[in-house]
Design a protein around this ligand. Structure first.
Ligand code: PEP
Ligand code: MG
Length: 756
């Protein structure tokens, strides 16, 4: 029977195709299908069970008693058929009655049949039925026979979905598992409710039967070639980086992408008459079924990588490579991805995007910063989230605690909604103090500005209660553009930002491109191969080498600031000469503008970011030449600790409140004060109340933070005694405790400081 089955799989498909094409009721078609399969496979019985009202109902049979049709019903998980559907497993039994799940149904008359094989009928990764064969003689079915059954099940699923034989468009594989709570790393706080949307959507296979087998083979061949090319190029993409875990994933991808066994299995599925899409899906179903039987978590993880790759191959072969952003969000969405870049995030409709859940992600990556800036909660390090949820399922996101609930029941939903209302009330309380001055109890005035990067952020400035924009990341405009924004486009943005800000100051930072902010239209081959782009050709280094870019930006800023104060600062300065050179470019452009009789800025203030430790050693040379400095703790800490800011494994390893960081920052702040140069702190650190309290303790008085932090930081400032916290920090830094965070938290609690 084995060879007959293998040879006749194609014949069955041709037969199925004919049955599907002919007129007639769905029931009459199913009746003919079971006869066809039984005959072609030489089985005594062939039956189709379909899911209806949560039961697997016998819909058609060849060989069992006809009276049992639409009478025999099994629950998910009940009997052999329920086990196959419930667990997405294949059963192949020589003696069916000996299986622990065997449930005898007398109306079927099946006691005569000893051997049994069944495969799930799957649609969108969810079981919608079971296809089973039985024989009177006790025998095990061979692999090729099981594969033939799976091929037939694929085609049946298309026919069943088309005829709407099962209730609902689809059945959830996971829904039966009920609500699921997962915990990850809290990246951006906030609570949200929405439907799951995959950043890279899964493909629904529409056509299963091949018209031209050679053509299908060619399609899959060229898809494999393209996929291998993509994998080989991935190492250079920001999405994957080049370090540690990413490298491992990439290696596994490569291994699978070049695995001959995988492509051979897909090819032989095409030989049996399936389209390229259906063949890829069928092989994947088989792998998924095998995965059920594996206990080794490491191997399971690898299998997920294969699943990823299989989805990628499907997308390539079906020509649907776009992300969900390109399709557009139609409902409140919780976006799910392995990882996401800042530009990819900004492609989404901000009114519909309620939260982002990532398998990776880190606290100071630019995607996190952008999400924080636009107020979208993000949770990272949710292992396996992509395999724990299905498209369209409800997800409750608690970004305040770093947890999510998938498929909530009514009770969970109610509890969540209550907490969400509470969190909104807290936010409203913060909103109420947003416009009060940030003055400590002993009268120290703290300046609280915000970090921004888009025109919309500037428009929202009055609502934030902030004193101005302390860091305007001009590269965001570059990140959201498909092509390099020219001088005029830049100037239009800067003009708009200054208009929105009115009398409030705005500090424009020249572009910080490179590192995790790679631009497709502005890449450098050598940089693509760089081992560590964060330490590579980025920010000012790139701007000085490509001085045309910097000149254009200087002119745009100068012209946009006609009659106003222009505040400009340079990122990633490592040595004073870089600052001099950058300032020189601006001064040249001022000369040009003067000669061209353009309206000049009323004044220009020049500043630098202190984010590369080497510059902190040169402050005596630098400070007399600058109007202000701004300490970028995101980069500064990654370089101080030699810890990649976008590597999720290091996200919780180093604390911003470590004595090393606080001592370093205090030295910089003391030098600036002695030189009479204003110093601001603009990294993510300053947006957290406890961290901001410690910064005031080492003498900081100017912050530029994420807008959502303004309320909580002001509340902290207004409850704080600056002299007392400074005295405490002096003690703690002289003799650092083992756990600085705990020591500071205890002190804050004891002194009733509002740290949230
Ligand atoms: C920083 O490095 O702290 C900073 C504010 O700049 P960015 O996060 O844009 O690198
Ligand atoms: Mg930086």
């Amino acid at each position: 029977m084995a060879s007959t089955a293998a040879a006749s799989a194609r014949e069955i498909l041709t037969g199925l195709h004919e049955i599907m094409a002919k007129r007639g009721s769905a029931q009459s078609k199913l009746d003919r299908v079971v006869d066809l399969i039984a005959e072609a496979m030489g089985s005594d019985v062939c039956s189709i069970y379909l899911l209806r009202d949560n039961y697997l109902e016998l819909f058609a049979t060849h060989g069992l008693r006809k009276e049992a049709v639409h009478v025999t019903r099994l629950r998910m998980g009940e009997g052999l058929v329920g086990t196959i559907a419930g667990e997405g497993r294949i059963l192949n039994l020589g003696e069916a009655a000996q299986h622990p799940s065997f449930a005898y149904r007398p109306e079927t008359g099946e006691e005569r049949f000893h051997s049994f094989a069944g495969v799930p009928i799957v649609r969108l990764e969810s079981p919608i039925g079971v296809l089973a064969v039985q024989n009177a003689d006790p025998r095990g079915y061979e692999d090729v026979e099981i594969e033939a059954l799976q091929t037939v099940a694929m085609v049946l699923s298309e026919m069943i979905a088309g005829a709407r034989l099962v209730d609902g468009a689809r059945r959830s594989r996971l829904r039966s598992a009920g609500p699921l709570r997962l915990s990850g790393l809290k990246l951006v706080a906030g609570m949200a409710k929405g439907e799951a949307v995959f950043h890279e959507p899964r493909i629904v296979v529409e056509h299963t039967v091949a018209e031209d087998i050679e053509a299908e083979r060619d399609r899959v061949y060229s898809a494999f070639r393209k996929m291998r090319e993509q994998i080989d190029n991935m190492a250079k993409e920001a999405e994957f980086g080049t370090t540690g875990e990413h490298q491992e994933i990439l290696e596994t991808y490569r291994m699978f992408a070049y695995d001959e066994g995988w492509s051979r299995r897909i090819n032989s599925a095409i030989d049996s008459g399936l389209t390229a899409e259906a063949a890829i899906e069928r092989v994947q179903q088989r792998t998924r079924a095998r995965m059920q039987e594996i206990d080794d978590p490491l191997l399971k993880e690898r299998m997920h990588d294969l699943e990823d790759l299989s989805n990628r191959l499907l997308r390539i072969v079906s020509g649907r490579m776009g992300t969900a952003a390109q399709t557009g969000l139609t409902r409140d969405a919780v976006l799910i991805a392995r990882n996401l870049g800042p530009a990819e995030l900004l492609e989404y409709d901000r009114r519909r995007l309620k939260a982002v859940l990532l398998e990776e992600g880190s606290l100071t990556s630019h995607m996190t910063i952008v999400a924080r800036a636009i107020g979208v909660p993000v949770i990272g390090r949710l292992h396996d989230i992509r395999h724990s949820v299905e498209d369209g399922e409800t997800i409750l996101v608690d970004g305040d605690n770093g947890s999510v609930i998938i498929r909530p029941n009514r009770q969970l939903l109610l509890g969540f909604e209550q907490r969400m209302a509470l969190s909104q009330r807290r936010r409203a309380e913060f909103a109420a103090i947003r416009n009060l001055p940030a003055r400590t109890r002993d009268g120290v005035k703290v300046s609280v500005m915000v970090n921004a990067g888009l025109a919309e952020d500037a428009a929202a400035l009055p609502m934030t209660g902030a004193d101005g924009i302390g860091l305007f990341r001009t590269e965001f405009q570059f990140l959201v553009s498909a092509t390099l924004p020219g001088r005029e486009r830049q100037q239009r943005l800067y003009t708009k930002v200054l208009e929105f800000a009115r009398e409030r100051p705005v500090v424009f930072r020249t572009v910080d491109i490179g590192g995790d902010k790679a631009l497709p239209y502005l890449t450098d081959e050598a940089e693509e191969q760089a081992e560590n782009p964060a330490m590579g050709w980025r920010a000012l280094r790139l701007s000085l080498d490509r001085s045309t870019l910097m000149r254009a930006q200087a002119r745009a800023l100068i012209e946009a600031s006609g009659g106003k104060v222009l505040r400009v600062m340079f990122p990633m300065v490592s040595e004073p000469w870089e600052y001099e050179e950058a300032r020189g470019i601006f001064e040249e452009q001022v000369d040009w503008a003067r000669k061209a009789h353009r309206k000049l800025p009323a004044r220009i203030e020049f500043g630098v970011m202190i984010e590369v430790p080497s510059l902190a050693e040169m402050l005596d040379q630098l400070l007399p030449r600058v109007d202000f400095i701004s300490i970028g703790t995101n980069d500064l800490t990654q370089f101080l600790f030699a810890a990649d800011r976008s590597d999720p494994r290091l996200a919780q390893r180093y604390d911003w409140l470590s004595p090393a960081i606080l001592r370093f920052l205090k030295r910089v702040l003391d030098s600036a004060r002695a030189a009479g140069v204003p110093a601001r702190i603009c990294g993510e650190m300053a947006g957290r109340p406890l961290e901001a309290m410690a910064l005031i303790g080492i003498g900081a008085e100017n912050f530029s933070i994420t807008p959502a932090g303004v309320g909580p930081v002001k509340a902290m400032v207004r409850s704080l005694d600056a002299a007392a916290v400074r005295a405490r920090l002096d003690q703690l830094l002289a003799r650092p405790p083992k756990d600085m965070r705990k020591a500071l938290t205890d002190w804050a609690r004891k002194h009733s400081v509002t740290i949230g």
